[in-house]
Ligand binder design. Structure first.
Ligand code: PBG
Length: 333
């Protein structure tokens, strides 16, 4: 009960924002952010073998799939109206350099061919990195001290990019946070007549513990140490803006911020700074949190899925890489 002595100040009720929330149709009319299927990119994980479709234990609804299953998933994504997939590969053999990543018959190279046949309208993005391909699990070749050696890694990144371009990749997305990676890849592509192929740089990528479940999915946990000498310190924001500017100067056609929900401030700041398309990656840990809490009945999954994706878009992302792409696309149909 309001105390008799309490008086509502006159100015408090001059504006009544609730008027615009009073009717569902009016809410629809004044809605500022709309998620569509065009905003979604589905990650897929290719493994060797036949007939494999193995669920990742920490990521319910996400599978490691052999080539023909990848093709089926791609077809399903296309039928759902999802515009693009991003492919990751888990090779049968790994080495110190990650050379299986540029093999002509490499796992992603073969997946690309299968996807292009099964789902010709789907855009084929490839993640360009070495952590899935090196026996030590780091994102490049190592120095004697065990840190990733930047410049020799650039040479290999260009090799991997050219190989994947030759196999039918339509967007190259380097995720290793090496200095100069966009320039090196652009150079390599141009020299091999792929000047028309766009680069989507994981420009601001943090050393985030939210990638935990992905490393089960991609079998890419570092054998020792962590990624803090190449991925960014989550305490820094200005540094992210510098990284983004540098990547655009080097020729990035699109940039990405990763992870998404812990970095919505970065998404917003990058959006206001640049005029190239901006993506954000709702990473494995973000997905796993929502899945786990929903499985216990603590959250309403459909709603938190949609709210989390709308929030990322509202912050400024033009598109979102998300393990929820299929479920969200179904909901939006
Ligand atoms: C590197 C790569 C990673 C992710 C995408 N590309 C892992 C890492 O940097 O350790 C993480 C994606 C996710 O967590 O969903 N190849």
């Amino acid at each position: 009960m309001i105390d008799d002595a309490f008086e509502i100040p006159e100015h408090a009720l001059v504006a009544r924002p609730r008027r615009l929330r009073s009717h569902p149709a009016l809410r629809r009319m004044v809605r500022e952010t709309t998620l569509t299927r065009n905003d979604l990119v589905l990650p897929l994980f290719a493994v060797p073998g036949g007939g494999v479709r193995k669920e990742v234990s920490s990521m319910p609804g996400v599978f490691q799939e052999s080539i023909e299953k990848i093709a089926e998933s791609a077809r399903e994504a296309q039928d759902l109206g999802i515009p693009a997939v991003i492919l990751f590969g888990i090779p049968s053999e790994k080495d110190a350099e990650g050379s299986p990543s540029w093999a002509t018959n490499g796992i992603v190279q073969r997946a690309l061919e299968a996807v292009s046949k099964a789902a010709p309208e789907l855009l084929r993005i490839v993640d360009l990195c070495f952590c899935e391909y090196t026996d030590h699990g780091h994102c490049g070749v190592l120095t004697a001290e065990g840190d990733v050696d930047n410049d020799p890694t650039l040479v290999n990144l260009a090799r991997q990019a050219v190989s994947l371009a030759g196999a039918g990749a339509q967007v190259i997305a380097p995720s290793g946070m090496m200095d100069g990676m966009v320039a090196a890849i652009r150079d390599g592509l141009d020299e091999h007549d792929h000047e028309g192929l766009p680069i989507l740089s994981y420009a601001a990528k943090y050393a985030s513990s939210f990638y935990g479940p992905f490393r089960d999915a991609a079998d890419s946990t570092p054998a020792f140490g962590d990624r803090r000498t190449y991925q960014q310190d989550p305490s820094n924001a200005e540094e992210a803006l510098r990284e983004v500017r540098m990547d655009i100067e080097q020729g990035a056609d699109m940039v990405m911020v990763k992870p998404a929900m812990p970095c919505l401030d970065i998404v917003q700041r990058v959006w206001s700074m640049v005029d190239v398309p901006l993506g954000a990656y709702q990473v494995s840990g973000e997905y796993a949190m929502l899945k786990a809490a929903s499985a216990r009945g603590w959250l309403d999954e459909e709603r938190v899925m949609e709210e989390s994706l709308v929030a990322i878009k509202r912050a400024g992302a033009d598109f979102i890489l998300t393990y929820y792409a299929r479920e969200m696309a179904r909901r939006l149909r």
